[in-house]
Design a protein around this ligand. Sequence first.
Ligand code: ATP
Ligand code: FE
Ligand code: MG
Length: 343
Amino acid sequence: IRILAYESSCDETSTSVVKNGREVESLIVATQIKSHQRFGGVVPEVASRHHIEVISQITKEALQKANATWNDIDAIAVTYGPGLVGALLIGVSAAKAASMATGIPLIGVDHIMGHIMAAQLTAEIEYPALALQVSGGHTEIVLLKDPTHFEIVGDTRDDAAGEAYDKIGRVLGVNYPAGKTIDEWAHQGNDTFHFPRAMMEDDDYDFSFSGLKSAFINTCHHADQIHQELNKFDLAASFQAAVVDVLAHKTIRAIKQYQPRTFIMGGGVAANRGLRERMEEEIANLPHNIKPKVILPDLKLCGDNAAMIGAAAYNLYQDHQFADLTLNADPSLELPYADSMLN
Ligand code: ATP
Ligand code: FE
Ligand code: MG
């Protein structure tokens, strides 16, 4: 089964051909980061304009690089939410047009299901699995009952982890998106500031990062007022230690409760070296009978890309979950919450 996948939910336009949900035959990622950097974040109108400029060209490129023609494609997959509505609509329209012209079936994919399924491109996931989804707009602990049924067991109450990185990055004068640079700086400093670890000892699986962000910003402003120079490496290390502590602590507790066979990380922040090392170390220390298999996606598959959409779409294909030409963008699409969370 060969799937041509589209991703255009934010500031990356991407196409990919994925075989059997496991093998990336081609992957094109056209990033717009440079166009948004001067604004310090993604400008929706600018994003849509860039998506429409490149999407036809990168459709051809993905097919060419995979040595495929439309005749070799069994399904066309596209991210239909969550994300920026104008950005999503470009991918959805392109996928629908291709499906209508060729008669190839269409599959709509949740962007977050896609991030989580990037792991399937690295190794085989055994179910039930548990995922820590950490990205620019999401920080969630997700239970995967099988390849197509996911439930949120923990969520952020305010900022997402990636968003917090980008916001404190701005205070340090780091270009958007700041996560990668802060991660590098963190490895050159020490946790000397001891920022708060919000909700760490609560017995739910929820997160909060806005207090940490405020504490960080206040520390910087205060130093500024008294003309004191703070070490940026120590600031980065202290921020990252607080984020990683909370994420690791709650995720390990969820692993102990749900006892998944596989643990996965997904999303842009899953590229974080400190977080990857910490999760591997903590899981290695778990008792043998509850130690899950760990799958961390390739660094290049953590950020937005169409290969992860192709991987998730393969599972939906196996489950006969097709879309029709009424498929629309859903900017606030959400995975369901676990039943226990509803009361
Ligand atoms: P979502 O997927 O939630 O809709 P998004 O698509 O904008 O949001 P991604 O593209 O998955 O998010 O991830 C981008 C985020 O990842 C940015 O906030 C960026 O700063 C962060 N990020 C990237 N690399 C790292 C890293 N090494 N450490 C921490 N954060 C990182
Ligand atoms: Fe994303
Ligand atoms: Mg992005």
